[in-house]
Design a protein around this ligand. Sequence first.
Ligand SMILES: Cc1cc2nc3c(=O)[nH]c(=O)nc-3n(C[C@H](O)[C@H](O)[C@H](O)COP(=O)(O)OP(=O)(O)OC[C@H]3O[C@@H](n4cnc5c(N)ncnc54)[C@H](O)[C@@H]3O)c2cc1C
Length: 411
Amino acid sequence: MTTPTDTQQASDTPQQASFRAAVRRFLAANSELKGATSPWRLTFHASADDARRDFERGCAWQKKRYDAGMTAFTYPKEYGGQDGEAWQERIYNEEARDYAGSSGFIGSSIQMLGPTLMAYGTEEQKRELLPRLHSGQDRWCQLFSEPGSGSDLASLGCRAVRDGDEFVVTGQKVWNSAAQWCDHGFLLVRTSPDKPKHQGITFLLIDMHAPGVEVRPLVQATGAAHFNEVFLEEVRVPVANVLGQIDGGWAVARTVLANEAAMIGGSGNKTFPVLRLLAERYGRTDDALIRQRLAEYFTREKVIDLMAERILTAVRRREKPPIDPSILKLYMTASRARSGELATAIAGADGVLMDDEVQRWVGAELVGRYSVSIGGGTTEVQKNNLAERALGLPREPGYDRDLPWSRIPRS
Ligand SMILES: Cc1cc2nc3c(=O)[nH]c(=O)nc-3n(C[C@H](O)[C@H](O)[C@H](O)COP(=O)(O)OP(=O)(O)OC[C@H]3O[C@@H](n4cnc5c(N)ncnc54)[C@H](O)[C@@H]3O)c2cc1C
């Protein structure tokens, strides 16, 4: 039988074929095939210890990739990269899909922060931070959202006051994924309250173990504690830790957010094989309606793959994506919701029983089906982005865009 990877392999150049063979050798020697683990494995953990172990496993896997030269393909050698081509990342991902080895959370930090450091880092920051980022030695979390500033991120109020060569930071962040395990955070702060909201923000790189940083995990409906509240009380951060310009942090944050939308949209997890297995298990593969929904789901995953490849190739080359990454995230988000609904349609009432691993998988798909439509910018916000950036429609009406941030009424 011809597999999708065989089809891709047939169009490889000799250089690509030899690279693919090296990737296969690396994966076979270092990871087990996904088939060897349960297809009903949940993507979140109800126990904090399991979650921590998985996070550490991801970091160890990233280190293995780094030591073998199997990551950071498009980054320059002096920044810990391979001086390679965007197709190497594609081939690696095609091959790695069948294997259990995954960098997990830090893989997403790398995709958000790596291109941002390349675009805005000083030479010193790039030389010091990129190799540590790619090797998994430094684990970074995103400290953007605040209790009153999520979709309207530019309204954020976490305050940084300059004191000589340092900023003194006081405020609160929320929904910060994996912050309880990370040693470093990329943080948005307000440095100039008297400027309009987008113009007085600075992007800081902080040490999560600095005095004054307190991380409190939040427990979710699924029982997992994936994200946190982070309190900052007079935390001293060197001015040298600014990424980009002081008061110019909004542009840096936009780069992170665009990479995040592309990364979430193109994350490549395939649910179709599990949905098909579920239909077989419940004897629903001859049910015309279920077949139709499975076929639609399969098609959507293919479309996502094709869009992701176009967008992520540009991101890897540090070029402007040919289509707005928002559309990829929107499409992927709608698919995730369909997966939860289809799984429940197949399993019926079993999906709420949670007695065995299959039922737990169905339940988790259902309960978790909207989380991806919130993280990394909600569906509504992505639609606004598309309307303004891709379709050229008028901006959403707003009264506070040009007001000094300090004069904007807030509760
Ligand atoms: C799984 C997950 C992981 C996350 N990880 C992180 C992280 O690591 N770091 C971090 O900083 N944050 C993180 N977040 C937070 C996330 O970025 C915010 O939840 C998100 O930006 C929405 O903000 P909010 O929760 O304050 O909702 P709100 O902004 O209050 O939105 C509430 C509702 O109003 C709608 N809405 C708001 N404004 C508009 C508008 N202008 N037009 C139309 N509708 C609108 C929204 O779409 C939403 O439905 C994560 C969230 C999730 C779910």
